[in-house]
Design a protein around this ligand. Structure first.
Ligand SMILES: Cc1cc2nc3c(=O)[nH]c(=O)nc-3n(C[C@H](O)[C@H](O)[C@H](O)COP(=O)(O)O)c2cc1C
Length: 326
């Protein structure tokens, strides 16, 4: 029997829209691209513009292309130049993309550059760079298509800058960057297990270092919480430091004895008495906070800015969601 085709969903086609330039631009903008700066020299003039129309054409001969708008002030000079250089932009180059993506006589000011083998200026802090000799020029409606033969290239791995729907952005979470810890089976895919394991990875090493400051994990938690919000009650502190009140009370008694914190006020109910850091407590926690920041930075080094905020935001959402329910 012939297998039945699987119908996953019926997608109603969008009503045909008239082909006005704005609609076309919006639709094309849905296609994500990388972002480049193209440079060229024309006589004594240095040219440079942001371009996302770059693409590869051929490996043998090695050809690439991009297209320059006829409306761009530098169009004629780019078309007349016999070479150009393509620079791929990375995640941190948003400002550069904007500087070269608008009319501006000062594009090269303060940007290290030198003439490459074709004479086109190379922005030496960027890579990859493709130095090209103009191989062909084709009419392309309101653009001119420039094809270049690659004469030399400078390579370097980088996190690319992307252009999508009019927005410059980083690549986000790379879906295939690391083999996920999770294999098949329930446990390695279970959220609670992943969180516990992540928490172990993140805290374990640092907790091992607390001896250097003569602190236990509960004492570190108390000092860190109070350095953010001084004057918490035992109940508030227990919630923030993720501890049970009876255990915390014993820790606090010890810390009061050591002169790290003090109970101020005379509330009849000891649970309401605000707890404050002493000068000694503040001095003790300062270097530990600094080391914790350095440790966090080292852990997050492998992630892009965007991945970092995705990780923290997702955890925040998860915590916020369950606290609202609870
Ligand atoms: C992300 C981005 C991509 C762009 N891509 C192109 C492109 O492929 N071709 C083009 O002609 N202009 C493109 N532009 C616009 C030019 O960079 C802009 O018109 C620039 O001012 C041209 O340089 P000029 O003013 O020195 O001629 C792009 C701009 C941005 C911000």
């Amino acid at each position: 029997m012939a297998a039945k085709p699987i119908v996953t969903a019926s997608i109603a086609p969008e009503p045909a829209s008239p082909l006005d330039p704005a609609t076309l631009r919006r639709a094309l903008g849905q296609f994500p691209t990388g972002v480049t700066i193209v440079t060229a020299a024309h006589g004594a003039q240095r040219l440079g513009m942001t371009a996302n129309s770059f693409s590869s054409v051929s490996l043998d001969p090695p050809l690439v292309q991009w297209s320059v708008a006829k409306s761009a002030p530098s169009h004629d000079a780019f078309v007349a130049a016999d070479a150009f250089a393509i620079h791929f932009l990375g995640e941190g180059h948003r400002d550069l993309a904007l500087r070269f993506g608008g009319r501006n006589d000062e594009k090269f000011t303060g940007i290290p550059h030198e003439a490459g083998i074709t004479g086109a200026p190379l922005l030496t802090e960027l890579a990859p760079i493709f130095e090209c000799r103009t191989w062909a020029r084709y009419p392309g409606g309101d653009h001119t298509i420039l094809v270049g033969e690659v004469a030399r290239l400078v390579t370097r791995a980088h996190e690319p800058l992307l252009f999508h729907s009019g927005v410059l952005r980083g690549i986000g979470v790379a879906l295939n960057r690391r083999a996920p810890v999770a294999g098949a089976g329930f446990v390695p895919n279970y959220l609670a297990y992943l969180l516990a394991r992540a928490s172990f990875v993140v805290s374990n090493e640092f907790h091992g270092r607390l001896k250097e400051w003569d602190l236990s994990v509960p004492e570190w938690r108390v000092l860190a919480c109070l350095s953010d919000t001084d004057g918490l009650s035992v109940g508030e502190l227990a919630a923030m430091a993720l501890m049970k009140q009876p255990g915390l009370t014993k820790v606090l008694d010890r810390m009061v004895g050591d002169g790290l914190v003090e109970r101020r006020g005379t509330a009849a109910d000891r649970r309401r008495t605000p707890i404050h850091l002493t000068a000694k407590g503040r001095a003790t926690v300062k270097p530990v906070l600094r080391a914790a920041r350095v440790h966090e930075e080292a852990l997050l080094e492998q992630f892009s800015e965007e991945e970092r905020s995705v990780i923290k935001h997702a955890l925040d959402l998860l915590i916020g969601g369950s606290e609202q329910k609870g």
